[in-house]
Design a protein around this ligand. Structure first.
Ligand code: C2E
Ligand code: CA
Ligand code: CA
Length: 751
């Protein structure tokens, strides 16, 4: 590049150069500037000799100004540069042209100085040399040569360019990372929400929108607490504007809370929170998972594990758990807990006669009935089979339990309508109270079970409280069972007989044999107590055989002594009836004792007929074929199908004592007795009433058409030795006058 320039300069030194302007301070200053500058400055005169050489070029060439002065350019500059330089200097001095000698871009740079001492300029690095005309103080033509080391500039540029490139790269990477993170956040199935230090929402991803039903623009800037149900304890405690749940969460990894949708509905979520600092302010990154489905599944599993599949009532495990809670509550409040153990009476009969489908339906109906009887705070559980239990927590007196028990007993005693059939059932209930009857669920339930057995024993369809006496009785029961095993061998059993009087003749037609146990310590033990025990232990089979054998032998004795038409009735327990070889055993006993089969009558209970209909019918027929009479005991209390009754070879039905007891006072009992008698008449069966104690009862039963009477009114059960005299006394009394309309009954014991 060449430019034409006019300028003036003074030769030999900057001092001289600036002295001409007559300013000493400026001179010092300009001199310092020229020597401090990072540019090489050389002044050449018209003889091509150096007249000025600044400090920079001294340092670079290692040639002092004193040494350089008045030397020629060819001396000082290497041959590669000196011809171009001389030419340019010549041009500047002669033609007043300025010249720029710069390295071509594609040309490798050349060293300017040839000297070995030269440190910098000898290196092949880019240089730029400008040559300009200058005028000396006296107007002589001079030339200014400036040498600029481009290597420094290039280096700085390179560093800057590199830095810029790196920045660019970082920016690109950051941009890419942000896009990546955004895509990640947007495509994740979990809701991702960021919350600032003030508890305000700053990011809300699409999944969060789906979970909470908010649109992103609507929720941004809103408090995070808006997304949580106010029912969460940590929310109500939170100060407005801050989210204590978040600060709480940053220490915990995960928390399950109730969240709130746009429309206000609440649902469970799992929150996990991370926190970081941006500009020294905390930012929370909340990840939200909707766990409604998981919770539902968990609840379902919980329900299955803790509920009875048929009735959906709590099962035993949940019952125990609830009872533990009720006990803890009662301890705190100083109140009582009632525990009721319920057992359906004769449920097996329903199951066997009407089938399991009906049995199941009945259990469901009973469970609904129990739920209707109880309050929401009570627990009704099914413990298994036909066993239910109720917890009545936090009651103040025993009356509360009595009321509920009465309600349960009366509600379950009414008929249930199942598949268009009306099914009658009843319940026996045993009750324990915390704290008096037990300290824990196990003891309370066990004792309630004992009390329930007491209720069964007291005739079912009632409730009984567990008491200390009952507990002791349970202990005694164990002892009694042990004693019972030895009783047969020790001959502690004997029979009593109770006469049955034929109303049409007023004479004793038969006897019922009733077993007695003379316990060495306890004295007479009631059969009501030891028969069920012997049934449980299986002892009833040998005991029953003993009773049969003894009854047959003693009756044969009465016959031999003149009571020709006497019949003996022997009670056969269901367990004994179903035992193997019953018919053979009876046949053998009859043979051994010599008693004719028509002098023997078997009493079986009504329910037993229905236990296993086919097998029962077969046995009854076998017995009937032997010539034995069959009587249905306790008639009216169980479920017997009249159709079956007709097909069984039954001779007699025995009206249960419970109906006889109230026959005079209770219209319903009278109606039942009447219909049993009518039924007997229609089926050609003999009807006998047991438990007749009063003359009014006797009179009414006779009017209703009953055939035979058994009861204290004629005789209590008597020892074998007293039977004959009793028969004689009954027969000799003018007890009954056939066809009499008004008469006074003269019965045993009366004058
Ligand atoms: P069950 O077969 O119904 O016997 C009639 C029960 O009524 C007898 O009680 C008898 O003493 C009682 N009784 C009779 N007349 C009256 C009366 O006028 N008023 C009252 N209140 N009671 C009266 P017991 O002897 O205590 O027998 C109870 C039950 O034990 C019997 O009821 C029977 O089921 C069973 N049992 C008795 N002996 C035997 C036996 O040898 N074998 C079997 N398997 N069971 C027996
Ligand atoms: Ca009987
Ligand atoms: Ca009876």
């Amino acid at each position: 590049m060449i430019t034409r320039e006019q300028s003036a300069a003074s030769p030999s030194s900057t001092g001289a150069l600036l002295n001409a302007q007559g300013d000493r301070e400026s001179f010092v200053c300009v001199d310092q500037i020229i020597n401090a500058t990072e540019v090489g400055i050389v002044v050449i005169d018209s003889q091509q000799q150096v007249v000025f050489w600044n400090t920079w070029i001294e340092n670079m060439s290692n040639i002092s100004q004193a040494d350089a002065l008045h030397r020629s350019l060819t001396d000082l500059f290497p041959t590669q540069i000196s011809p171009r330089l001389i030419n340019a200097v010549d041009n500047a001095i002669s033609n007043r042209f300025a010249t720029l000698i710069s390295p071509a871009l594609n040309q490798s740079p050349v060293p300017i100085f040839s000297s070995q001492e030269n440190r910098l300029l000898n290196r092949p690095i880019p240089q730029m040399i400008t040559v300009k005309p200058l005028s000396g103080a006296r107007g002589e033509a001079l030339c200014l040569v400036q040498i600029i080391d481009l290597s420094q500039t290039t280096k700085r540029e390179r560093v800057l360019r590199k830095q810029a490139r790196e920045m660019q790269q970082l920016a690109t990477q950051a941009k890419e990372r942000e896009v990546f993170l955004r895509t990640l956040i947007d495509s994740t199935i979990d809701g991702v929400i960021t919350v600032d230090a003030k508890g305000l929402i700053s990011t809300f991803n699409p999944a969060a929108c789906q979970i909470f039903h908010y649109l992103t623009p609507d929720i941004l800037g809103q408090p995070f607490n808006l997304l949580l149900s106010p029912d969460n304890p940590s929310i109500s405690a939170a100060e407005p504007g801050t989210s204590s749940i978040l600060s709480q969460l940053s220490c915990n990894s995960c928390l399950e809370v109730e969240a709130r949708k746009y429309d206000g509905t609440t649902f469970p979520v799992e929150l996990s929170v991370g926190s970081m600092e941006i500009d020294q302010q905390p930012v929370y990154i909340v990840s939200v998972k909707d766990i409604t489905e998981r919770k539902r599944a968990e609840a379902q599993i919980q329900h299955i594990a803790h509920h009875d599949p048929l009735t959906s009532l709590p099962n035993r495990a949940l019952f125990q758990d609830r009872l533990d809670q009720a006990i803890a509550l009662a301890q705190r409040n100083n109140t009582l807990v009632a525990v009721m153990f319920l057992d359906l009476d004769r449920f097996k009969g329903v199951n066997d006669t009407l089938g399991h489908h009906t049995g199941d339906a009945l259990l469901k109906s009973v469970s609904n009935c129990l739920l209707e009887c109880t309050r929401a705070s009570d627990t009704v559980a099914r413990l298994g089979g036909d066993e239910f239990a109720i917890i009545q927590p936090d009651i103040n007196s025993i009356e509360g339990a009595v009321k509920l028990a009465q309600k349960v007993v009366s509600a379950t005693a009414s008929a249930f309508s199942i598949d268009d059939k009306s099914i009658q059932t009843s319940t026996s209930v045993g009750i324990t109270l915390f704290p008096s009857d037990g300290q824990d669920h196990e003891q309370l339930l066990k004792n309630a079970d004992t009390a329930m057995y007491m209720a069964k024993k007291k005739g079912r369809n009632n409730f009984q409280f567990f008491s200390r006496e009952m507990h002791e009785e349970a202990q005694n029961k164990l002892k009694l069972e042990q004693d019972l095993r030895a009783a047969l061998e020790k001959s502690e059993f004997f029979l009593q007989y109770q006469p049955k009087v034929v109303l049409s003749t007023g004479r004793v037609g038969g006897l019922e044999a009733l077993v007695r146990w003379d316990h060495p310590q306890r004295g007479l033990v009631s059969p009501g107590e030891f028969i069920p025990l012997s049934e449980e232990s299986g002892l009833i089979v040998p005991l029953g055989e003993w009773v049969l054998e003894r009854a047959c032998r003693e009756t044969q004795g009465y016959i031999d002594r003149g009571h020709k038409n006497l019949r003996v009735a022997v009670n056969i327990s269901p367990v004994q009836f179903q035992s193997q070889g019953l018919v053979e055993s009876i046949a053998r006993i009859l043979h051994n004792t010599g008693l004719s089969p028509h002098h023997l009558e078997i009493e079986i209970t009504e329910n037993m007929l229905m236990e296993d209909v086919v097998e029962t019918a077969r046995r009854l027929r076998d017995l009937s074929d032997l010539g034995i009479e069959l009587s249905i005991d306790d008639f009216g209390t169980g479920y017997s199908s009249l159709g079956y009754l007709k097909s069984f070879p039954v001779n007699t039905i025995k009206i249960d004592r419970s109906f006889v007891k109230d026959v005079v006072t209770d219209k319903d009992s009278a109606a039942i007795v009447q219909s049993i008698i009518n039924l007997g008449d229609n089926l050609g069966l003999k009807v006998i009433a047991e438990g007749v104690e009063t003359r009014d009862q006797l009179q009414l039963l006779r009017q209703l058409g009953c055939h035979e009477i058994q009861g204290f009114i004629f005789s209590r059960p008597l020892p074998a030795a007293d039977v004959e005299s009793a028969i004689a006394r009954i027969n000799s009394c003018d007890v009954i006058e056939p066809n009499a309309t008004t008469h006074r009954w003269r019965v045993l014991g009366e004058a």
